[in-house]
Design a protein around this ligand. Sequence first.
Ligand SMILES: NCc1[nH]cc(CCC(=O)O)c1CC(=O)O
Length: 305
Amino acid sequence: MSLIRIGTRNSPLAMWQALEVENKIRELGYQTEIIPITSCGDKNLTQPLYQMDIIGVFTRDLDIALLNDKIDVAVHSLKDVPTLLPKGIFLSAVLERDYEADILVRNPNKWDKKGCYKNLYLGTGSLRRRAFWKAKFPEVTFGNIRGNVQTRLSKLESEGFDGTIFSLAGIKRLGLSLDYELLDFIIPAPAQGVVGVTSMDKNKELTELLRKINHKDTQICIEIERDFLNKIEGGCTAPIGALARIENNHIIFKAGIVSLDGNKKILLHETFTIAESSGKGSILALKAKKMGAEEIINEIKAYRE
Ligand SMILES: NCc1[nH]cc(CCC(=O)O)c1CC(=O)O
């Protein structure tokens, strides 16, 4: 491996993440090149996309670049990566989680609402953020706010929202110094705040190298979170939060599934040892289902159809 080609989306956030991975690979003595992937480009694959399980809207272009040998590794925000990866591609490393929280950023022009959480007009398209917010503060109005972090910050003011909700990791990575409030009643998306690296599983030498930049504790946590998500949702994007943390050789896991109106809420809070953690995501998903999670998921599927 003379040169390792690192593929990334070309937003400022994605670029920051790719540079982090690049630095870690260079520290091991390898040469690297960052390749921003802007569109699907050459889709000339031997099989149709659906047969290869290429599904993620944020990840498909990078998946195709990997399969077409345009890049060696792809760098992602792991929370945007579907739990099912295309055939031949696997999650070969994760970086240490930096920040997991969701935060409220207020519109600086809305002085009158300062400190207030009731009756806000919030810009967020995330079903998870909407549902958790509504469960805590039912009097709220939501509007959609699309685009990357910078675009959303400008829309916050131009479209008159009282505030918007971001992942703290994204804000910190962009080096933005904004006033914000931590929203501890919103359980983060599975793998929020974690940078993930995917590559082809046939590429054994590269796999060995990437193992060296992998952060083991973060991997343990995200495996539980993603396993939980996979077993609960079965392919539909639902308001599911899941977060595992390690403290004194124990895993503290919390998860929540909330109905869109905020009225039904299944919450799990579990502690177990690291030794017991293997397969826990599936076991706890089953537990959540027994508590009624499936009813909430089916309701959301019906709403989307
Ligand atoms: N959904 C978009 C997205 N994907 C990853 C991040 C930030 C990094 C992270 O949370 O891991 C963001 C922005 C946000 O949710 O505010």
